[in-house]
Design a protein around this ligand. Structure first.
Ligand code: HEM
Length: 439
């Protein structure tokens, strides 16, 4: 079986020739990252290679340097625009016309810096509370049970479409109060929102993505208006009601100011986008990893602390969000490399998570390792993933439910596993599994 998540041989390449668009890198970037970390940890490359034509991009692979960039928002700004690739010039007018049917898209959390970011982050934290996340456990459990009940009685299961993808989509849909009959639309809108992230699209793909985002905005704008008239005990109502006051540590003048409709819609879109594909990829990669570790599979069925540790180790090794961008505010130096103002940093969580100096035997799956949760799969610093508790909860419930129902869940053809082409979101394209029910 090929090793899809653990790095092995050193690739024959000069770091200068690193091209993340090639199939070799897409399928297993880790040997490339190992070499870059050792020889060129702040690697200068042409932005076109990561969908940012015209920009000078520096790929950061060492754990200490990645952490440094993430913590220093004064120097390394999150105002990098969109994480998606730029649409082709000939479609701009048509895409603008489509977007005019919706709301403007203000930079809220992911692409804002403090203090603007702080305001959004605090407002969203008032609605997306630990107790609201914890209260979703029964919903997630029901989703997992229903999906397993729907598996075919025999033969292989298309595991992405039957299990991994619906879990986060239905969970966040339930959190946002989307009724079941709109789940298929919600999934389509989520796909539209992530379509261009780290990927190249054709013209139809760009137009479909543009329309999908506007549909999402129109649907949720209607829901916010309805919640305004008739509040409910849900996330949308909490977002609508969220206010900050002086004792929340915000600047003067924005006391009690609610989120505007455009801001609310931007936040809903971010919650939907950031949590769907990433969590689905985590569950899929975890199952592939665990197929090689049957002892761990059996342990997670019984020990909840072990299930938690397994999820953390899968997060480190899989890093479903491989990297994000930052823009350099002024001329600087990182790891001995001079970086001019205006350059883009490509901060590689996936590479930092394999750094031997931070994680001994970094490519070995070891849920028993010390400080197993101290990885960078959710980032670090002001933009640390706000959905981390939800992603952890979903993955833990999903894996434990599977492990209790099945003694083995194995890829039918491990040799054929392939990752979808994206420089940012790493996830399997397809995964057929064979299930052995517990006696
Ligand atoms: C395994 C699943 C997930 C992974 C690997 C992941 C990864 C990340 C990472 C690395 C960041 C930091 C980006 C940066 O520093 O620029 C981030 C931010 C974010 N994530 Fe997640 N995420 C996951 C699940 C979720 C879920 C379930 C949600 C929400 C429902 C979510 C919502 C967000 C949001 C809104 C941000 C931006 C936060 C900010 O800028 O303050 N994520 N995520």
């Amino acid at each position: 079986m090929p090793d899809h998540t653990e790095s092995s041989a050193r690739p024959e390449f000069a770091p200068d020739a690193f091209d993340p668009r090639t199939d070799a890198v897409m399928q297993c970037p880790y040997p490339f990252f190992d070499r870059m970390r050792a020889e060129d940890p702040v690697h200068r490359m042409d932005g076109a290679l990561v969908g940012r034509p015209g920009e000078q991009v520096y790929a950061v692979t060492r754990h200490d340097l990645v952490s440094q960039v993430l913590m220093d928002w004064h120097r390394y700004s999150s105002r990098f625009g969109s994480p998606g690739s730029a649409p082709p010039a000939h479609l701009m007018a048509e895409l603008r016309e489509i977007a005019a049917g919706g709301w403007r898209r203000p930079p809220t959390m992911l692409t804002a810096d403090p203090p603007v970011h702080t305001r959004y982050r605090k407002l969203v934290s008032k609605a997306f509370t630990p107790s609201r996340v914890a209260s979703m456990a029964p919903t997630i459990q029901r989703i997992c049970d229903d999906l397993i009940a729907g598996f075919p009685p025999s033969g292989p299961v298309d595991f992405l479409t039957s299990f991994c993808v619906p879990i986060p989509t239905r969970t966040i849909a339930a959190a946002l109060g989307v009724p079941e009959e709109r789940f298929a639309d919600f999934k389509r809108w989520a796909d539209a929102s992530v379509a261009s992230i780290g990927r190249q699209l054709d013209d139809d793909g760009w137009l479909a993505a543009g329309r999908g985002v506007v549909e999402l905005q129109q649907y949720f704008a209607g829901e916010f208006v309805a919640r305004n008239i008739e509040p409910r005990d849900d996330l949308l109502t909490d977002l609508l009601r969220a206010r900050l006051y002086a004792d929340d540590g915000i600047e003067e003048g924005v006391d009690g100011e609610p989120l505007s409709m455009a801001e609310l819609l931007s936040i809903v879109q971010q919650l939907q986008v950031a949590g769907s594909e990433t969590t689905a990829s985590l569950i899929a990669d975890a199952v592939v990893l665990l197929a090689d570790h049957p002892d761990e599979w059996d342990r997670i069925a019984g020990e909840s602390a072990r299930a938690t540790a397994v999820v953390e180790e899968c997060l480190r090794l899989a890093s479903p969000n491989q990297g994000m961008f930052r823009v350099v505010n002024h001329d600087t130096e990182l790891g001995g490399t001079a970086i001019p103002q205006g350059s883009t940093m490509w901060v590689l969580f996936g590479a930092a998570n394999r750094d031997e100096s931070a994680y001994p035997h970094a490519s070995t799956f070891d849920p028993g390792r010390e400080h197993v949760a101290q990885h960078l799969a959710f980032g670090r610093g002001p933009h640390y993933c706000i959905g981390a508790p939800l992603a952890r909860l979903e993955a833990t419930i999903a894996l434990r439910t599977l492990a209790r129902a099945f003694s083995r869940v194995e890829p039918v053809d491990p040799e054929s596993l392939r990752y979808a082409p994206s420089a940012i979101l790493r996830g399997l394209e397809h995964l057929d599994v064979r299930l052995t029910p517990r006696a």
